[in-house]
Design a protein around this ligand. Structure first.
Ligand code: PMV
Length: 333
């Protein structure tokens, strides 16, 4: 089964609908995994080895406007700058849009504005593909439900399937070969005091894509077989922590989950490291503060930046130690 088969399965004759409006736009938040997705069981469909769980970052994300252009090729703008359609990202975008042309000479104009740094492990492809799918759904008036929108977003980037929702989201790995049971669903809990701090260490693009890094980890790390069991354990703990608003359990589990993922990557060959010296220095500072009794934890994705986890009652204290920190309240309080 390939991506096009899945799109046909979901859209049926809607794939041939004409645009219902001149343009449509949609916002999708970026999401940070508290229990990570690392490794695919199907590379084509972005089907994961394990389930994962994330928190969406409120109004931090991507707003995408999509329209049909008279030009003879697609046009993509990212924060006002033209996207090079021959770059890796450009090619990925075109291949994704190809799924929705249905043998027609349709060309799209995609205009995306983001409120987060691009690449650098801040899940910009997640909110980008989710916003694009939501905008296409409006443009063609497909009227898909969130489950199917999540599956379409997953075809663009795995973690995008969680960006269809705000708040806490679980991506169930599913077991079906076509991935129709692998999508994000909301966990209906709010935690107004929960804060996420973006500690930007480097804004440059990552030197190895998560796609390549995941595959290399699976192919070469002797530790990878331990990962699914670790995720099972951490998923239950994170869900319990969310349910009981047990911040220490949440922080500890999220940090340990991220460090295990990075530890497994270090054991791949050639080794994969997303650490910069400043990343490690920031971790040590967090561990020191914790020893002094501050309830502060972190998580890290496929880039050198850290996402700090703490409660609003500690926000001022945390900010006094990390002056450049951008503090986000995912539940908007
Ligand atoms: O969806 P991708 O291919 O960008 O991979 C995301 C991988 C991590 O951000 C490291 C983990 C996650 O669950 O978001």
């Amino acid at each position: 089964m390939n991506k096009s088969d899945v799109v046909k399965l979901i859209l049926g004759e809607r794939l041939y609908y004409l645009p219902n409006h001149l343009s449509a736009n949609a916002f999708a938040p970026t999401n940070i995994a508290l229990c990570k997705y690392w490794g695919k069981r199907d590379q084509e469909l972005n089907l994961p080895v394990t389930s994962s769980l994330s928190i969406s970052l409120g109004n931090k994300g991507a707003t995408t406007e999509v329209s049909i252009t008279e030009q003879t090729q697609d046009i993509a703008l990212l924060n006002g700058e033209p996207v090079n359609l021959f770059s890796n990202f450009g090619k990925r975008l075109i291949a994704f849009l190809d799924l929705f042309r249905a043998e027609r000479a349709l060309h799209f104009k995609i205009d995306t504005q983001t409120t987060i740094p691009l690449a650098a492990g801040l899940a910009s492809s997640a909110c980008g593909f989710a916003a694009l799918v939501l905008a296409l759904n409006k443009l063609f008036h497909w009227q898909l439900d969130a489950q199917h929108l999540s599956i379409l977003a997953r075809l663009g980037s795995g973690s995008a399937c969680r960006s269809i929702w705000s708040g806490f989201v679980e991506w169930n790995r599913g077991i079906d070969a076509d991935g129709m049971d692998s999508y994000g669903s909301i966990i209906p809990e709010v935690w107004p005091e929960l804060c996420v701090g973006l500690l930007i260490i480097n804004r440059n693009e990552k030197n190895i894509s998560s796609r390549e890094a995941m595959q290399r980890t699976i192919d070469t790390s002797v530790l990878y077989p331990l990962w699914p069991e670790k995720v099972n354990h951490d998923l239950s703990a994170v869900k319990k922590a969310i349910h009981e608003k047990d911040f220490l359990l949440l922080g500890k589990t999220a940090e340990s989950n991220a460090l295990t993922m990075h530890g497994i990557m270090l054991s791949a060959w050639p080794p994969i490291s997303y650490f910069l010296p400043e990343t490690v220095a920031a971790m040590q500072k967090i561990w020191e503060l914790r020893q002094q009794g501050v309830a502060l934890y972190f998580t890290q994705d496929a880039g050198p930046n850290l996402k700090l986890l703490f409660l609003s009652s500690d926000a001022e204290l945390v900010k006094s130690h990390f002056s450049s920190l951008e503090i986000i309240s995912p539940f908007g309080v």
